[in-house]
Design a protein around this ligand. Structure first.
Ligand code: UDP
Length: 460
């Protein structure tokens, strides 16, 4: 076994996530794993509140904030193209200075680990003598679909409705249009997002290392194919080890949360509930529900008769029915942001109604919580397909009409199926199995742990 702590000076790697919660969290977790194996890290955080560089409580990780080019109070996401341009300009101005300063201080960075949504960073890394390691925060299947779109070998359906089977991939059930990443079928509504997601793969053939927040056995057969093309290392799930094995570390710092979690409120409320009795409901940091969908969800959750803990972000709160909080009383707790991992790890939580963001999906899977997928956009429909038909650790809600509306009866049906039904028992058994497999992957000697060792050994 290699002694990674032997390196006195500590080789340095720069890590640059896209400035969104679902990207910062897994890349910060990856930094912590690298730091525990002897690397020194500089995590570049792009935001509209840049501060001077500072150290985290992990001595080997320095945070280097860069401005996104917007002032506090400005809504950066009003115009995505403008946002991406400003982020790119600011990074291109500041990152070379950072690399230069590091070199002058004898701290020569060896690699740039960059978010897949910013593929132009590869040339910047190479231009400064650094290896370029791209980091994907989505499953391989999604990246492979985008790759085929890029190469013109996958024709995009014009709409997600009215199409049956469309594509097949190794060890994966046939996909229909409704299972594909949403922007493919909604390309006319979101042409700029489609360009960004497909461009993630634009220079992958030149990348030095390809990192993905997944673990080998999750997409075993597809992995063989991607490994035949690219230097792939699967390093996930990037769920802190304390939640998978409490003996490993007491580290509670899950990442840089863009919202303030109501920790005590959630945990104290959950402590008063019976094991497996609570439905945890969260749609991540970005999903925006239409008002009628929010009303229907609220009614459905109430009708289940189960206890529920629902994350409704501040910007969504006004869409709740009037007097809803008073009406549900002790049956439900609504918070603006939760400590999601602690909630999922709580014994009172019996299922997770999720939008199937890749982080949430991996977190539910790694903690063995049965899921109900209610995907909204981007890779979420494909992730929901994994949950229901590949790992069989949950169900997916059925939608109505052409705008993907989910009726209250459907919410009730899915909750009952997962919490009480015969299928629920099978789902629980599978969830337990995948929890063990996730734990194995990141434990010492597991597939992802070995990949992290391999990454570190390239630079120590
Ligand atoms: N999350 C959280 N508290 C919440 C809701 C979400 O800590 O109340 C975290 C969650 O654990 C996950 C991230 O936010 O790590 C959301 O990422 P995901 O990829 O699931 O969805 P996105 O926000 O990118 O749509």
């Amino acid at each position: 076994m290699r002694d990674f702590t032997r390196n006195e000076e500590g080789s340095h790697v720069i890590v640059l996530p896209f400035p969104g919660q679902g990207h910062i969290t897994p890349m910060f977790q990856f930094c912590k794993r690298l730091a525990s194996k002897g690397l020194k890290l500089t995590l570049v955080l792009v935001s509209n509140k840049p501060t001077p560089p500072y150290k985290t409580e992990h001595d080997s990780i320095t945070i280097f904030p860069i401005s996104n080019g917007f002032q506090e109070g400005e809504d950066p996401l009003q115009d995505l193209d403008d946002y991406m341009d400003r982020v790119q300009t600011n990074i291109k101005n500041r990152l070379p200075e950072l690399i230069q300063d590091m070199k002058l201080s004898g701290n020569h960075p060896r690699a740039l680990v960059y978010d897949s949504t910013m593929p132009w960073l590869l040339d910047l890394a190479h231009g400064h003598g650094l290896k370029g390691a791209v980091f994907f925060t989505q499953p391989w299947l999604v990246s492979v679909i985008y790759y085929h779109v890029l190469k013109g070998s996958f024709s995009i359906p014009s709409t997600k409705y009215g199409h049956s089977t469309l594509a097949s991939f190794p060890s994966f059930p046939m996909l229909n249009a409704n299972d594909l990443p949403s922007f493919l079928c909604e390309s006319s509504s979101y042409p700029n997002i489609l360009r960004i997601v497909v461009d993630q793969l634009s220079n992958i053939d030149r990348v030095d290392i390809v990192l993905c927040n997944t673990f080998d056995i999750l997409e075993e057969k597809l992995l063989k194919w991607v490994q035949s093309l690219w230097p792939v290392l699967n390093i996930g799930p990037t769920v802190p080890s304390m939640y998978l094995d409490k003996r490993l570390t007491e580290d509670k710092n899950y990442g840089f949360s863009l919202f303030e979690a109501k920790v005590t409120e959630c945990i104290e409320w959950l402590n008063t509930k019976q094991p497996n009795s609570v439905v945890y409901v969260s749609f991540g940091s970005l999903v925006i529900h239409k008002e009628d969908q929010m009303m229907e969800l609220a009614a459905g959750l109430k009708e289940t008769g189960c206890y529920f803990l629902w994350v409704v972000r501040e910007t969504e709160k006004d869409k709740l029915p009037r007097n809803y909080i008073e009406e549900i009383g002790e049956k439900g707790l609504i918070v603006s942001w939760s400590p999601q991992l602690e909630v999922l790890a709580h014994k009172s939580v019996g299922c997770f109604l999720t939008h199937c963001g890749w982080n949430s999906t991996l977190e539910g899977l790694s903690l063995g919580v049965p899921m109900i997928g209610m995907p909204h956009w981007t890779d979420q429909p494909t992730n929901a397909k994994f949950v229901e038909d590949v790992w069989k650790v949950g169900v997916r809600v059925k939608t109505e009409g052409n705008d993907g509306f989910v009726r209250r009866e459907e919410i009730v049906r899915c909750v009952k199926e997962v919490m009480e039904g015969v299928k629920g028992k099978e789902i629980r058994k599978n969830a337990e199995k995948w929890k063990m497999l996730a734990r194995e992957a990141i434990s010492e000697g597991g597939s992802s742990d070995k990949s992290i060792d391999e990454f570190v050994s390239m630079f120590c």
